[in-house]
Design a protein around this ligand. Structure first.
Ligand code: FE2
Length: 380
């Protein structure tokens, strides 16, 4: 008989790097041209941000940050292991990894037996800091999929009038996209093994920014990168539609289409919960993303996240009022730099459907380490 467990966590790429360079996203943003000169000087930063940055560009704060994260990930892993799911459905953002110029779906479920990933591979144009495990650059990670469950989910959603894009193969050169491989690397940070089978469920969290910024690689902060892996070169030059309606032309599109709405995410999460509740499987649902991202938060000059916005979401989660996330507007989400929060809105839809509350395992704020991170267990 079906049983469902909900978990929320992060895939913060900074944790992949050594403590001394965990602040790499802030370092990159500060080198960009869009941050006001005055705000490049730590003397003008809020005091808690100066404290984190310290004299070591955040290295000491990073060690504390990592310790709390590994403890929270250990708890998430214990929850998963004791629940013993037949498979895990994980919601994560696709940042110009599989969703590129030729097709940008709102969502995509991946139906595959195995996933092979090489997350440490370097982009020579913009090398990442050394990885925290001192693993070789070409190390391969293998994870098992659950093609029967993934295909069944797509089919049953379709029977209810919800037709979801799906794919049989990842197009990202490094295998699983950052949101998924990071989460798996962190759940297994001690490298004892991760045996659970995975259905990656990608969400276009970046909406209109996805193509223009190549998934945030050239975010407004001026070169901040939200993830370790570099984007692959576009398969073909992006030629936006001509103003006169022609198929190709030089004029930029007046406005790129948005990400799926909060309502679409919430309702899809609800529908997935309904379908899985009628399934023969035990399924863990994981929403993976940090909340507000500094490099997406214009009001803070792209250098620290929107703490007020995230604290509101935290209180709604803690108080069992997360059904209200269905009503968040694009403006509310994106002005708070919470683009990736859409992954959590899917979880909120599913858990509302199942009548679950939330236990907050940890809520980790940061100024200099790009984002705030929440860990939650949601049990129907
Ligand atoms: Fe992400």
């Amino acid at each position: 008989m079906a049983e469902i467990l909900g978990l929320g966590m992060t895939h913060y790429t900074g944790l992949r790097f050594v403590d001394a360079e965990m602040s790499v996203f802030l370092q990159r943003t500060l080198k960009g041209g869009d941050v006001p000169e005055a705000m490049k000087d730590p003397a003008n930063w809020p005091e808690p941000m100066r404290d984190e940055w310290g004299e070591d560009r955040g290295a000491a704060a990073a060690a504390i940050h990592r310790k709390r994260h590994w403890e929270a990930f250990d708890r998430m892993k214990r929850e998963l292991d004791s629940f013993a799911p037949d498979f895990v459905v994980m919601w994560g953002d696709d940042q110009y990894e599989n969703f590129v110029e030729d097709v940008v779906p709102p969502f995509c479920a991946y139906i595959a037996e195995n996933f092979v990933s090489t997350p440490h591979l370097q982009n020579p144009d913009r090398p990442d800091p050394p990885n925290a495990w001192d693993e070789p650059e070409d190390k391969e990670f293998r994870h098992r999929g659950h093609p029967e469950g993934a295909a069944w989910l797509v089919e049953k959603l379709s029977e209810r009038g919800i037709d979801i894009p799906y794919a049989y193969r990842l197009r990202h050169a490094k295998g699983l996209a950052h949101a998924f491989i990071n989460t798996l690397l962190f759940l297994d940070h001690a490298r004892t093994g991760f045996a659970h089978r995975l259905v990656p469920f990608h969400v276009n969290c970046y909406g209109g920014e996805l193509i223009r910024t190549r998934g945030g690689q050239s975010a407004p902060g001026g070169g901040a990168a939200p993830r370790g892996p570099p984007a692959p070169a576009p398969r073909a030059p992006f030629e936006p539609p001509r103003a006169g309606g022609g198929p190709r032309g030089g004029a930029p599109p007046p406005r790129a289409p948005p990400a799926p709405s909060a309502r679409a995410c919430f309702d899809l999460g609800s529908a997935i919960a309904r379908v899985l509740a009628d399934s023969p499987w035990r399924v863990a649902l994981i929403a993976s993303s940090s909340w507000s991202h500094a490099f997406l938060t214009a009001r803070n000059h792209w250098i620290w996240p929107d703490h007020e916005g995230d604290r509101k979401r935290l209180e709604e989660l803690r108080g069992g009022r997360f059904a209200s996330w269905r009503d968040l507007t694009h403006e509310e989400i994106e002005s708070a730099g919470q683009h990736e929060f859409r992954n959590w809105i899917l979880l909120a839809g599913a858990m509302t459907e199942l009548g679950a509350g939330a236990e907050i395992v940890d809520y980790i704020e940061s100024w200099a380490l790009n984002s705030n991170k929440c860990f939650a267990v949601m049990r129907p």
